[in-house]
Design a binder for this molecule. Sequence first.
Ligand SMILES: [Zn+2]
Length: 188
Amino acid sequence: MRTRTIPGSTGRPRPMRLLGDPALTMPCQEVTAFDGELARLIEDMYATMYAAHGVGLAANQIGVPLRVFVYDCPDDEDRRHLGHLVNPRLVEADGPVVRGPEGCLSLPGIEAGTPRHDHAVVEGFSATGEPRTVTGTGFFARCLQHECDHLDGGLYVDHLTGLRRRRALRAAARAPWADHGEVRPPHS
Ligand SMILES: [Zn+2]
């Protein structure tokens, strides 16, 4: 029996941009061409996310300044959510604010309790330009808010304050992947 192509199986992983890289702090641009190049970018993003064992990836994390993200992420009921969104807009972020563990492929090995809304709705488009609405709760809502932040040039550490923020940035500065002397705190 033939199965559908697994997302990312025709893509190739690309190098991950890490904290301190200007690609992560510049807002991304809207996609205007829903063409083969966009489809290849999305395939490469899936491949990069899976190779890095992540649950989500934004295009600027591989240095492409376009408003696209991919995800393969469980929610708190262990339901799997798999897909991608082009030109996403966070149209709802509400419900209780929950502080939960959050990490990022651009700050590997670091995790911090980060406040996020428990419910999120994102509207956008598929790779072929079909409108899509994605609703998430719990950890998947966290993922959707995290990826939308990336496309605006944000990082989860922007949501941290006080000791949690200092701890996370200190860990990032000392991390083996840090470009020592180059790492600056992200904008807030
Ligand atoms: Zn991230």
